[in-house]
Design a binder for this molecule. Sequence first.
Ligand code: NAP
Length: 455
Amino acid sequence: MAIATINPATGELLKTFEPLKDAEIVAKLDTAQQAFEQYRKTSFESRSLWMQSCADILEQEKAEFASVMTLEMGKTYKAALGEVQKCAAVCRYYAEHAAGFLADVPVKTDASDSFVRYQPLGVILAVMPWNFPFWQVFRFVAPTLMAGNVGLLKHASNVPQCALAIEEIIRRAGFPTGVFQTLLIGAVKVADIIADDRVKAATLTGSEPAGASLAAAAGKQIKKTLLELGGSDPFIVLASADLETAVETATAARMLNNGQSCIAAKRFIVVEAIADKFEQLLVEKFEALKIGDPMHPDTDLGPLATPDLLKELDQQVQACVKDGAKVLTGGHPLSDRPGNFYPPTIITKIPPGSAAEQEEFFGPVALLFRVPDIDAAIKIANATPFGLGASAWTTNDQERDRLIEEIEAGAVFINGMVKSDPRLPFGGIKRSGYGRELSIQGIQEFVNVKTVWVK
Ligand code: NAP
């Protein structure tokens, strides 16, 4: 895949970038290793000041950063502004809490003094996706750099200007040279970089094939990985739910980021008693959304990030229809304009056993399932290879407890939309990946948990 900026709203090729040559990659690895040797000795106070400075730059120049995101991957400008703000928040969160999260932990044993100490590992490689081009990187950067590690970023090939902008923010914030570097490289170079002795661990957010490939390469070298992969999150609505709020949230949760979020609600599982009403309201909400120029403040839904994603999503929809499913609204790419536009789409009557039950639909397509009761709802919710998040709606305490206990996912949100929050751990189970980002768990992923025993 060429490293280039192509406007998803128009299809226009705006800028191409030369990938780094092998010698340049080696030079950057040298720089990273040298930086680590000094950086690991810096104090939490210094790192915290630099991290707060990152937050200041993000906040002060958010309009510029948001424009680059919208230009490269098509999210609405208003959503991009929110993303920049969230990046600033995660920087401030770890600037404030990292020292506490990584402080020595005394443990009483037979020693005169015993405790746990957290130490940085070294150079960490991050392979990141285009869908939240700033947020995915900053949720890696903030804990990783605060822990005393240094970072290398291989960003998705369609967001090179975002990748370079992030490197520049971190440099301007005052972090020492080499503590964070962007590598403009294709995916083919990732395995060689992981094999390099200077790289100690890797994290990847993206698709299952990419995750499996990175984990295999790291496994050969006995190096730790963290994987944040796909999801097909259920959104369960039971009879006692506040229906209006549930439908409104369902629409927001499916359309988040033009439908391209790992934690977007993708399968709507609704009990029969309220299914007709839910379906009718959802169709109304979907049809009222404004599709168009992502820079325009009134736009609700922009284009998909690439033509391939549009093609793939449409193939999934057509396969589903061929299997016997019914389209309630949408169902075909918008051919009256350039760019990668797909309308809000709702599919129902999905035949049991069809591929749609198992796959992730990465775009504004909602799959609607009707079920007789909570047992059937939980069964369908768990019947995918994924286990990232789940949203469930009920005002009944017993139902709530069962949903929390029985849903197989890294997160369950009751009467709310699944979201990430620096204060809460984020990650999946099953084929959605392993490890956790954010919160105290996130900063403890890439550290040596050293046991100290003294007599
Ligand atoms: P992708 O194609 O897997 O790309 C993600 C990153 O991996 C890119 O930097 C890509 O580089 C790189 N890559 C691709 N193949 C690779 C390989 N064989 N070895 C090493 N690196 C490789 O995914 P995407 O289409 O950008 O993102 C969509 C997927 O990400 C969805 O499944 C979504 O659910 C998931 N996602 C998960 C989370 C989460 O937190 N769980 C968050 C966001 C997205 P190139 O661009 O150069 O190919």
